[in-house]
Write a new protein. Sequence first.
Length: 370
Amino acid sequence: MKTRAAVAFEAKKPLEIVELDLEGPKAGEVLIEIMATGICHTDAYTLDGLDSEGLFPSVLGHEGAGIVREVGPGVTSVNPGDHVIPLYTPECRQCKSCLSQKTNLCTAIRATQGKGLMPDGTTRFSYKGQPIFHYMGCSTFSNFTVLPDIAVAKIRDDAPFQTSCYIGCGVTTGVGAVVHTAKVEPGSNVVVFGLGGIGLNVIQGAKMVGANRIIGVDLNPDREEWGRKFGMTHFLNSKGMSREETIAKIIEMTDGGADYSFDATGNTEVMRTALECAHRGWGESIVIGVAEAGKEISTRPFQLVTGRVWKGTAFGGARGRTDVPKIVDWYMDGKIAIDPMITHVLSLEEINKGFDLMHKGESIRSVVMF
Ligand code: NAD
Ligand code: AHE
Ligand code: ZN
């Protein structure tokens, strides 16, 4: 079949809207009509050539929602007509990682996914006879895409696509980092670095679980108003502040340091600041941001010797098929907000504008509707 898609032919070049050839689902796979997709900073990072796993030409996008249109042989978990969210972190429920119950990082298809291929080692997309790579196993910047059935979460039919697509990455990552990874307790002091599409969801997750002080840190002063909308109690504009000054200020604001801090910037210097502003003896710092290829984090080991804990989280620690439908319920029941964070709704033809808005700090989430 044919599908309209925004293709990343080369790094650092705008996406091009073209008609691709798409092979139908093979055994264990499903064909999904993507109805809406968000644009996450990780898409921009890959398009900018900063992802060590980045492949071109490819169909980017990993924050979608859509409808199953066809299932391949052997698929029993979903049916045509089901509303679904594609999962870049699948949940096979059979691999060592899934069975461990210690991680959400299912390993069933990770190797081929990182190579831009389906589990059988081939791609379903092509353009003028040349293969086009999948991205994060999702490729939601295409009107139709194919995924393994272990990488789709069935969701309720009454959730609007325009907003529920954001649960495919940003919402689940931010809220999940609080609930699943950090397991923030009521009354905790929380510090969030980077109040964009992910950080604001950390804030609303922290509010949902009853955190006491929720301090947001950003260089963009406009983000103060955004943070306050979702439960931030204090704001620190760290522009022009050294690491030491930022840490000292946060220690003052939290009476000794953060119980939990989160990096949602992807900046390795900020990750260090986030760790070092955590409370001596017990503070935990969670790395959410994805750093450019080649970047490394460092700190004095003394920071860990004296009880701070450095952790990371992918997809908010959520087990996609199990947890994503629950997060959709939280949204539909009003426990978390999504609508105000969707600042721009674009057509596929306007997708590059979504990247520009993100780089200029003018959007929280842009969503493309097919
Ligand atoms: P975004 O562009 O919407 O927001 C980033 C925010 O960080 C902006 O408000 C920006 O002003 C702020 N910022 C940038 N540099 C800063 C600094 N030095 N100090 C303080 N604030 C700073 O991006 P997003 O979509 O929210 O994504 C944030 C990060 O999370 C990215 O690195 C993205 O790749 C990553 N991410 C990780 C996961 C995961 O599973 N671990 C999932 C989604 C996104
Ligand atoms: N491919 C990169 C790392 C990119 C990365 O860390 N991705 C996150 C999700 S970001 C979503 O917006 C993730 O889930 N990582 C776990 C995984 O298995 O990819 C690199 O550095 O190679
Ligand atoms: Zn993402």
